[in-house]
Design a protein around this ligand. Structure first.
Ligand code: SF4
Length: 448
């Protein structure tokens, strides 16, 4: 049964309640490049995307997004645009007057970049910070009200503020509370066009956090729609399996408002994946699933394409692995080869973080902040490191959000500027601003 929510109005689109699930994506163009951004927004729209988000690093990008809105409207396209804002509440204010929705990240809306330092907050200091947050946030809410602009309170696992970390640690409860602090202000201000997201690249953390947030909302009689997504899921079949494990399990449980599949590929490539997941999970699919002696068995007689079956099997089994505690997975389908099914089972176990069989890649989807060809870079890093079983390697497009959001990666390759890369070991930057042509070689040396 579908989870009951209130409706968030985003331009002409309604999210939540009994409305169809909204599929969306994010552009990776420079937002100031109006022509390229328009073309990409239209490619996403024509692929079936119903909402397109753009990065807005500063006021200039927010204004460019307003220009993109004007051009699209003049061409008769009314699908909503979303401004993605980090570290700068004034940019959120500007964007809120220009486009249908603004995404803020509670971890950095007014809090400075996370320093990965444990800071002890007294109750008074904590309350003071919350009041500071409220004072600034109500200004944004009043602009949103005036312009009928919706808001996404979008928490990411890797960018919780030091304040939240000091009290809750790096936990699903911390992520849920980070969202709730902002949501309570919305309720006090009678602002209801809100969608929430709590994303992580670790699928298990993402799943637990969504439930934690729903429990926290239910406890305060709040029922807002949720935007589901696994961040930094990577690309290719691995990225699809990871997304299906995290998002699919929740869709099958009836948590069905809006979805973004984040892949390190062209944004329009995300849409058919999201669409397939949404349609299959909403169709009351038939399959058998049972656990016996620590092995989860999944049997399906579905005759479909391999690409679709990968998504279906991952959606159905990931969450069952966590619920049953099974440590192994057997997939049966008479229409596919045993070897294919065995590899898929291993990939699902890896995506659910039940067993690591191969190198784990965490890579962001890229956006207007990305300063290199992300898809090609991911391919190069993968080719050089695919023998390093069990290691988690991140490839992130920018230094602003990358280091924070690469979560629990062992090593990170992070864009630091045009043609420049910084390399990380865990959270520590060990090589700064090296030329990109040396970066893969230096990464291998570092790992060795
Ligand atoms: S980490 Fe990637 S997706 Fe996130 S802001 Fe940086 S470039 Fe954009």
């Amino acid at each position: 049964m579908r989870r009951k929510t209130i409706t968030a109005h985003v331009g002409k689109l309604c999210i939540g309640s009994d409305y169809p699930i909204v599929v969306q994506s994010m552009a990776n163009t420079d937002t100031n490049d109006i022509q390229a951004s328009l073309e990409q927004a239209l490619r996403i729209h024509h692929a079936g995307g119903e909402m397109v988000r753009f990065t807005t690093q500063g006021r200039r990008e927010a204004e460019s997004l307003g220009e993109i809105r004007r051009w699209l409207s003049a061409m008769g396209y009314t699908f909503p645009l979303v401004a993605d804002v980090h570290f700068n509440p004034a940019v959120a204010d500007t964007a809120a007057a220009l486009v249908e929705k603004v995404r803020i990240n509670p971890g950095n809306y007014i809090d400075p970049a996370r320093k990965f330092k444990h800071i002890d907050y007294t109750d008074e200091e904590y309350a003071f910070e919350l009041e500071r947050l409220r004072e600034r946030f109500v200004q944004l809410l009043s602009i949103c009200k005036e312009n009928n602009t919706a808001l996404r309170i979008g928490v990411n696992h890797g960018s919780l503020s030091d304040r939240i970390m000091s009290r809750y640690g790096d936990t699903p409860q911390g992520m849920a509370e980070s969202c709730m602090e902002f949501l309570r202000v919305c309720e006090q201000e009678h602002f209801y066009d809100v969608v929430l997201s709590v994303k992580a690249s670790n699928t298990c953390v993402m799943y637990d956090t969504v439930h934690c947030l729903i429990d926290a909302m239910d406890a305060e009689d709040m029922h807002y729609p949720l935007h589901l997504g696994v961040t930094e899921a990577g690309e290719g079949e691995d990225g699809r399996v990871k997304s299906a494990v995290g998002i699919g399990g929740l869709l099958l449980e009836g948590i069905r408002d809006t979805v973004r599949v984040s892949l390190s590929e062209a944004p329009e490539a995300e849409i058919p994946v999201a669409r397939e997941l949404v349609e299959w999970c909403s169709s009351e699919p038939e399959y058998e699933i049972k656990e016996a002696e620590g092995v989860l068995f999944f049997r399906s007689e579905e005759q479909t394409t391999w690409d679709k079956f990968v998504l279906h099997a991952a959606a159905a089994t990931g969450v069952e692995l966590w619920k049953t505690g099974a440590k192994d997975l057997i997939i049966e389908n008479p229409y596919f080869e045993d070897e294919q099914l065995l590899t898929l089972a291993k990939d699902i176990l890896q995506a659910a973080r039940v067993k690591l069989y191969k190198t784990e890649y965490i890579s962001c989807p890229g956006c207007g902040r990305t300063l290199f060809d992300l898809q090609q870079t991911v391919a190069e890093v993968k080719a050089a490191t695919k023998h390093l079983n069990g290691l988690k390697i991140a490839v992130m497009g920018c230094i602003v959000n990358g280091p924070g959001e690469m979560a629990d990666a062992d090593y990170g390759y992070v864009g630091a500027g045009r043609g420049r890369v910084s390399l990380y070991k865990g959270k520590e930057c060990v090589l700064k601003n090296i030329p990109q042509e040396d970066a893969v070689r230096e990464l291998l040396k570092l790992i060795e």
